[in-house]
Design a protein around this ligand. Structure first.
Ligand SMILES: [Mg+2]
Length: 253
């Protein structure tokens, strides 16, 4: 099967703790020169695609805004298709503005949407969301990552709070980001390619590689970012290739 595109993760694969990963900028330039199509799939939900684009450009990456797909974008697409979509959002300000076309209702509603909310998560906001779920709202998680790394250390991610709400309310969240198949399908549709023509690259077995396996796509796990050698002992999904970092891609393709 001929490889036509790469679906590449951002955090931990192209950059880590605010710095580009070794050889990552050159690897993207090289893929572009060799006419591969690129899509950047990230579970980062604290930013809109426009903000992510600005961040990647400032790090030195030659990428375009319409190549970036994040879980926030996937969620907006999903909510647009729902017959009833009154929402209560637990997301930061810029991201909430991104959802401005969706009706907000903080009392009787259809969905509680949880994303990066940092200091917004406290007893009262979580208890309010819990009560809405007990009253019949469905739970949407922009993503379910449990933690992430910055230059200041490790931080709880929104998945930790989603898991708390799931346990308390006895509900399972619909996940918008990786490893959700819908997310990968949106990216492939934008390329008009079949799963066999693309390769997923990422540092996280539970989101990138599990997602690729569900889509029956080939995948590359990089040993940067979140990667831990112990994850390869009893892997939840098996990558097609494992590389030291994304710069080694040129040895395979
Ligand atoms: Mg990652």
């Amino acid at each position: 099967m001929r490889t036509k595109a790469f679906l590449i993760d951002l955090d931990g694969t192209l950059y880590f703790k605010g710095e580009p990963c070794p050889g990552a900028i050159e690897a993207i330039n090289d893929l572009r020169q060799r006419k591969y199509q690129l899509r950047f799939l990230t579970n980062t939900t604290a930013k809109t695609p426009k903000m992510l684009h600005e961040q990647m450009r400032s790090l030195g990456f030659d990428i375009y805004e319409d190549e970036i797909f994040n879980a926030t974008y996937a969620c907006l697409q999903y909510l647009r298709l729902q017959p009833k979509n009154r929402c209560h959002f637990m997301v930061d300000g810029a991201v909430k503005a991104f959802f401005k076309e969706i009706p907000v209702d903080d009392e009787a509603l259809d969905f509680v949407v949880v994303g990066d909310y940092s200091d917004g998560f406290d007893f009262h906001t979580l208890n309010h969301a819990f009560r809405l779920l007990m009253d019949g709202a469905e739970l949407i998680a922009l993503q379910k990552g449990l933690y992430w790394f910055s230059s200041e250390g490790v931080f709880l991610d929104c998945g930790a709070f989603v898991t708390l709400l799931e346990a308390a309310a006895g509900k399972t969240a619909k996940v918008m980001g990786k490893p959700s198949e819908t997310f990968f399908k949106i990216a492939l549709e934008s390329l008009q390619l079949s799963p066999s023509e693309g390769i997923v690259i990422g540092d996280d077995i539970t989101s990138d590689i599990v997602g690729a396996e569900r889509m029956k796509m080939r995948s590359i796990l990089v040993r940067t970012g979140k990667f831990k050698p112990s994850q390869l002992e009893n892997p939840v999904a098996k990558p097609t290739w494992v590389l030291e970092d994304v710069s080694r891609l040129t040895q395979l393709f």
